[in-house]
Design a binder for this molecule. Structure first.
Ligand code: CDP
Length: 134
């Protein structure tokens, strides 16, 4: 049986806020918000995928801090996959939306004001605990 694909996500924290990114593609997901990340490459350590994806998507160097929540099942291109999330901090650079429509830095009070991808929803409570209220 094919191995479960790990999709990584980064809850990038800065000044008590978390970075949310608005997807541009595919069309079905356009406009929805996510924690930036993506699929691990074959043989790639998930934490390394997180660093790579954030560099590609945000033009910034991040460092994963700690796992948040359990793996969330997610179908990807007909494969068995899970979304795995880490908190992360910026080591260098200022995140820019290189592949997204927009980026937002959300406080705890703003966390539920954007339309998240459904797989990201189970992480919001745990991420919110890392944020300032406003
Ligand atoms: O960038 P890459 O092509 O490696 O992956 P992606 O298209 O960003 O993500 C792969 C799948 O995981 C997509 O179906 C996304 O909807 C899903 N995903 C998600 O649900 N939540 C995230 N925070 C990141 C990806």
């Amino acid at each position: 049986m094919q191995e479960t694909l790990v999709v990584v996500g980064a809850a990038v924290l800065r000044n008590g806020r978390v970075l949310a990114a608005q997807r541009a593609r595919p069309e079905a997901l356009r406009g929805l918000w996510e924690f930036p990340g993506g699929k691990t490459d074959p043989g790639e350590i998930p934490e390394a995928a997180l660093v790579r994806e954030c560099r590609e998507e945000l033009g910034a160097h991040v460092r994963p801090l700690e796992r948040v929540g359990p793996d969330v099942p997610l179908p990807v291109e007909g494969r068995r996959a899970v979304l795995r999330l880490w908190t992360a901090e910026i080591v260098e650079g200022d995140p820019r939306p290189l592949e997204h429509l927009a980026l937002r830095w959300l406080s705890a009070g703003e966390l539920r004001t954007v339309d998240w991808l459904s797989a990201d929803l189970p992480f919001l409570e745990a991420v919110g605990a890392h944020l300032t209220h406003r």
